[in-house]
Design a protein around this ligand. Structure first.
Ligand code: FMN
Length: 375
């Protein structure tokens, strides 16, 4: 009921005959088998979501991902309901494949944004930026869309499924943007063996197809990647933002630093730049003023929170890589050149197939040997 048929099945089944062609077909049908649940849920050829990235995931990138067989997701974090309506309509002009919309649960106009998605018949709504309430989930479901929620732990995932989530994304701390404390590898082990009721998509730190297969093997329905798509030709990110990605190594993508537990900082993974250094200095100065009684607790907290206001837009759109926020995941080290979305997805699939190639095909001499039937 919650899972739909793929738009097009491009992955043929293996013919019975042996030989390289049969092996190629077998690898493809094996991959199709591994992520069949994710493909059904998304209605796509590939069970790969293009994770929504505020300012980056607009009509062009989203449509390019969907047109290339993945599942593009519009990031609405910076949009009003009218802007979102226009973005959905514009994306629909560029693709007739399924795509989704990412809504930030803390958005002051969340209900109005949900209503836009329902009115525009968006098939999948991804609720991000905090644990969503039952009312938001129900509103989306009542409108006929599927609800995808982020879960930072197994217990939360179970609760969200009880509340009506149709699928779960588990995102580890390797990811770009707002992050939780637990790595993708550990979160996957905590959740995947125990959550069979709905499809689970794994996000955070995935940059190659071999990693995708490893999570599918563990029971994931599919994956979500963000960082890998930032330098796509179809991404509108400013050339300087893309250059920063191309230059960066994994270790350059670091979480924001909190200096004092009295003044919590929401952890965000981004490339270190002059702004991240200044953020530390600003926190230090604000804490000193608070300690001297010049600021109330609330005033001090607000000053710290305001530091990053507008910073992602400055970096992504204006190309200000000195004072802007260069949100990026650790997989940034695997982003080495600008490519089309189709090339990126094609590369991921080839890498996935290459790791599957090392496996024994049913009926092959290797498989027979492994089963104790070899001569
Ligand atoms: C520049 C940037 C902006 C992002 N903005 C959002 C957002 O608005 N909403 C959201 O749910 N996730 C956001 N993310 C997270 C992505 O959707 C995705 O889950 C994440 O990038 C996956 O991990 P990866 O970066 O290791 O591929 C953002 C990530 C990046 C790099």
């Amino acid at each position: 009921m919650n899972e739909v048929a793929p738009a097009a099945a491009r992955l043929p089944a293996a013919p019975p005959s042996a030989g390289p062609e049969a092996d190629g077909c077998w690898r493809r049908s094996e991959l199709a088998r591994l992520w069949a649940r994710g493909r059904r849920f998304l209605g796509t050829d590939l069970a790969i979501l293009g994770g929504a990235m505020t300012w980056v995931s607009e009509r062009r990138l989203v449509a390019a991902i969907s047109n290339a067989g993945g599942f593009g997701v519009i990031a609405s974090g910076s949009m009003s309901p009218d802007q979102l309506a226009a973005e959905i309509a514009a994306t629909s002009q560029l693709t007739d494949r399924p795509f989704g919309v990412n809504l930030i649960t803390l958005h002051p106009q969340l209900d109005a944004l949900i209503d836009v998605c329902v009115a525009q018949r968006v098939g999948h709504v991804v609720l991000a930026g905090g644990i969503p309430g039952a009312a938001a989930i129900q509103r989306i479901r009542d409108g006929g869309a599927r609800v995808v929620c982020f879960a930072p732990a197994l217990a939360v995932a179970r609760k969200l499924v009880r509340l009506g989530a149709d699928a779960i994304v588990i995102e580890g701390s390797e990811a770009g943007g707002h992050i939780g404390p637990v790595s993708t590898a550990v979160l996957a082990q905590e959740v995947l063996p125990h959550l069979g009721e709905v499809p689970v998509f794994v996000a955070g730190g995935i940059g190659r197809g071999e990693a995708i297969v490893s999570y599918l093997d563990m029971g994931a329905a599919g994956v979500q990647l963000g960082t890998r798509f930032v330098c796509a030709h179809e991404s509108i990110a400013h050339p300087r933002f893309k250059e920063a990605f191309l230059r960066a190594a994994a270790r350059d993508a670091v979480p924001s630093v909190q200096l004092d537990p009295r003044f919590p900082v929401i952890p965000v993974r981004a490339l270190a730049n002059p702004a991240t250094v200044r953020f530390r200095d600003v926190q230090r100065a604000v804490i000193d003023r608070f300690n001297r009684g010049e600021l109330s607790l609330k005033e001090a907290q607000l000053e710290i929170e305001h530091f990053w206001a507008g910073a992602l837009r400055r970096a992504v759109i204006d190309g200000d890589i000195e004072t802007g926020s260069l949100m990026a995941g650790q997989s940034v080290g695997l982003v080495t050149r600008e490519q089309s979305v189709a090339d990126i997805l094609g590369e991921l699939v080839e890498q996935a197939l290459s790791i599957i190639a090392g496996r024994a095909r049913p009926g092959s001499p290797v498989a027979a040997g492994a089963a104790g039937l070899g001569g």
